[in-house]
Ligand binder design. Structure first.
Ligand SMILES: Cc1ncc(COP(=O)(O)O)c(C=O)c1O
Length: 423
């Protein structure tokens, strides 16, 4: 079995080890929740202070031009585009993932209404993140479509002549199971459907090739693996063939706000959509949050010199492989069942274990020991591995703490069953 010494040796030869120094991680904490809220890059506080003090404080309204605020959504979008296989000026940053999903899914529905009005079904996964399902349910109601929720293995049976749009999250937030984006997209297209991907648990965590997979639409989060900070703006990508068509036919996305207008500073009373992805902007972007997101993305630019996403993926798989092996060896007989796929091709950058009776208190006891993962009802212990800053020795120590929590029975103490608003 891998020893602590082995882990220290792995860290010493890790080609990505210098990236951890770019983060401000609190001492005594093993942070395994970067799939929920990424850690703080060291550059962020000074950059946000600079934007507040100089760009806002001194530049005032002039900074929209002089500091380039007006183009920041696109510049930041171009940084993210390199991580998800999108082209320049195809992806835009702003709003939340939920809002972007509303725009993307509405547009997919609108295109299918034009091309294949007989298709009346949206399909998604039953265990998709709730916001995705709520947005889909709302749009299904608005457009008199049927939302069908399935388990992943039922997908082939639903790729049929009724399907208008398939909306999936690439890496499942609970299990960490990853779809084969290229294959699923190909099969959906063969069936005549469009595909919307949610990359919340993929962007910055696993290599994604939107253009290579011929995907139609994608959305994703800024505050998870991209380390943009709490409430960081999200992103939306639309295949350039769809935006070109929207340009030709003057099609809108549903939230036609002024900054998605072709000429916002003409202040005309009628709406004329901007060209390309720019029409997916709605209102004024959250500049301070976007400045913070830029610092998270800069770390990926540095990672690029050390092997980029392929190297991050190799390390992420090594971390999750090690975690799974150690948990199964050290914590056997303690009601834990792995729910994350063992096959690398089907695994994102997390490992989740179901605990039969005490998922919530076990995680609380771990957090008190400084090992921060999270709990997803009803029974999941969820551990995210961010290869930018997680070390092999962190994996080893986290499992030792888990072993101690389970064997001592400390998780049964009543205080670990107090639920706060956020789990
Ligand atoms: C798959 C998925 N989609 C969307 C979201 C969140 O969306 P929003 O940025 O609108 O809060 C999450 C958050 O955890 C998620 O896991």
């Amino acid at each position: 079995m891998t020893t602590r010494q082995d882990c220290l040796a792995l860290d010493a030869t890790d080609p990505l080890r210098s990236l951890r120094d770019e983060f401000d991680l609190p001492p005594g904490v093993i942070y395994l929740d970067g799939n929920s809220l990424g850690a703080l890059p060291k550059a962020t506080a000074a950059r946000v202070a600079e934007v507040v003090t100089n760009e806002w404080g001194v530049g005032l309204i002039r900074s929209w031009n002089t500091a380039g605020w007006i183009n920041l959504s696109q510049r930041t979008g171009n940084q993210i585009a390199t991580l998800v296989g999108a082209g320049e000026n195809e992806l835009i940053v702003g709003d939340s993932t939920s809002v972007n999903l509303y725009k993307a899914l509405s547009t997919a529905i609108a295109l299918q209404k034009l091309d294949a009005p007989a298709r009346r079904v949206i399909v998604s996964e039953r265990s998709n993140f709730p916001t995705d399902l709520y947005i889909a349910e709302t749009l299904a109601r608005e457009h008199d479509l049927t939302l069908v929720l399935i388990d992943a293995d039922e997908l082939p049976a639903h790729l049929n002549s009724e399907l208008a749009v398939l909306m999936l999250t690439h890496v499942n937030y609970r299990t960490g199971r990853m779809f084969d984006m290229a294959q699923v997209t190909r099969d959906a297209h063969t069936a005549g459907a469009l595909v919307v991907w949610d990359l919340a648990h993929s962007a910055g965590a696993v290599p994604v090739d939107l253009i290579g997979a011929d995907a139609d639409f994608a959305v994703g989060c800024g505050y998870k693996y991209l380390n943009g900070g709490p409430g960081a703006p999200a992103f939306v990508w639309v295949h350039p063939l769809h935006t070109a068509r929207m340009d030709r036919e003057q099609l809108r996305q549903p939230l036609s706000g002024w900054l998605g207008h072709a000429a916002p500073f003409e202040f005309t009373t009628d709406y004329r959509p901007a060209l390309g992805i720019q029409r997916f902007v709605c209102g004024t972007p959250a500049l301070l949050s976007m400045a913070a997101l830029g610092c998270g993305l800069d770390v990926f630019a540095h990672a690029e010199r050390l092997g980029g996403l392929p190297a991050l993926r190799r390390k992420s798989l090594a971390l999750t492989d090690l975690f799974i092996a150690l948990v199964e060896a050290r914590c056997a007989g303690h009601e834990l069942t792995l729910v994350t796929p063992r096959e690398a091709a089907h695994r994102g950058s997390q490992a989740s274990f179901a605990h039969e009776t005490g998922g919530f208190p076990v995680m609380q006891a771990l957090i008190e020991r400084g090992v921060i993962g999270d709990f997803r009802a009803p029974d999941l212990l969820r551990f995210g591995f961010t290869p930018l800053y997680t070390r092999f020795v962190d994996v080893f120590d986290a499992v030792e703490h888990l072993h101690a929590v389970l064997t001592s029975g400390e998780w049964r103490e009543a205080r670990f069953n107090q639920r706060a608003a956020v789990t």
